[in-house]
Design a protein around this ligand. Structure first.
Ligand SMILES: Nc1ncnc2c1ncn2[C@@H]1O[C@H](COP(=O)(O)OP(=O)(O)OP(=O)(O)O)[C@@H](O)[C@H]1O
Length: 226
């Protein structure tokens, strides 16, 4: 099933983006672009969350979405297991504690289930937020810089994990990392000056091997810096 957003947005009377047409099929769509271009606004619009922008157009999204914001939005009063289970608790679904524990183990936090978020590092907190998003099993996943707080080796492992667990899901990921977009993207877009510009991709299934991507990453970094 395809989801998407079509339309234009203004911010304090000025155009933020115009005639946007972003369709989200199963697989990874990656969104790059300079700070303030409107990437998080697009994610929030798709999630049905309030934004500072005025939007006119059409949004197609399923009722249930896996959502990972730039801030981890962990519940400080709940332990890690409680945080991963929060979607099920809020929706009144039966709690699948076994799956939540398995996801915490998969993100490398086995044995920390009873800890509170305040006792974790930034990277550990981000991995709890990832486990919570993966717990959702929603048809659309909206991920805003989901790996930004991780060291390179952990980042790569978490990218592989997310890729495997979100197979068949329509994923929209905002990232500032060209290599990450090239590694994971089935489709990659650059949002600049209010327009979406396509990025051409090397052949092959995602996640792509890194050595093959060095030249493309260099070229894309140059476009971002322009
Ligand atoms: N709560 C808010 N109130 C007023 N303006 C806002 C608010 N949130 C975002 N904006 C403005 O909306 C514009 C788009 O912001 P958005 O967060 O979508 O950009 P972004 O591309 O995701 O940026 P970044 O890469 O820095 O996260 C920016 O000019 C920003 O200053």
């Amino acid at each position: 099933m395809a989801f998407g957003i079509e339309g234009s947005a203004t911010l304090a009377g000025r155009p933020l983006f115009r005639d946007l047409d972003l369709q989200l099929a199963p697989g990874w769509t990656c969104l790059l672009g300079p700070s303030g271009a409107g990437k998080s606004t697009i994610l929030r619009l798709l999630a049905g969350l309030p934004t500072a922008a005025r939007f006119e157009g059409r949004i197609s999204a399923p009722p249930r979405i896996a959502w990972m914001a730039q801030q981890d939005l962990l519940q400080e009063r709940a332990n890690l297991l409680g945080n991963v289970l929060i979607g099920q608790r809020l929706s009144g679904a039966p709690l699948d504690e076994g799956r939540a524990r398995a996801l915490l183990a998969a993100v490398g936090l086995e044995g920390l289930e009873a800890r509170r978020p305040a006792s974790l590092s930034g990277g550990q907190r981000q991995r709890v937020a990832l486990a919570r998003a993966l717990m959702e099993e929603a048809p659309l996943a909206l991920l805003d810089e989901p790996f930004s707080a991780l060291d390179p080796a952990t980042r790569r492992r978490m990218q592989d994990l997310a890729c495997a667990r979100l197979a068949g899901t329509a994923v929209l990921m905002v990232t500032h990392d060209p290599l990450e977009a090239l590694r994971l993207g089935d489709r990659v877009w650059l949002l600049e000056e209010g327009r979406l510009r396509p990025v051409s991709l090397p052949d092959g299934p995602v996640p792509r091997p890194l050595p093959a991507l060095a030249a493309e990453a260099e070229a894309l970094m140059a476009r971002l810096a322009a």
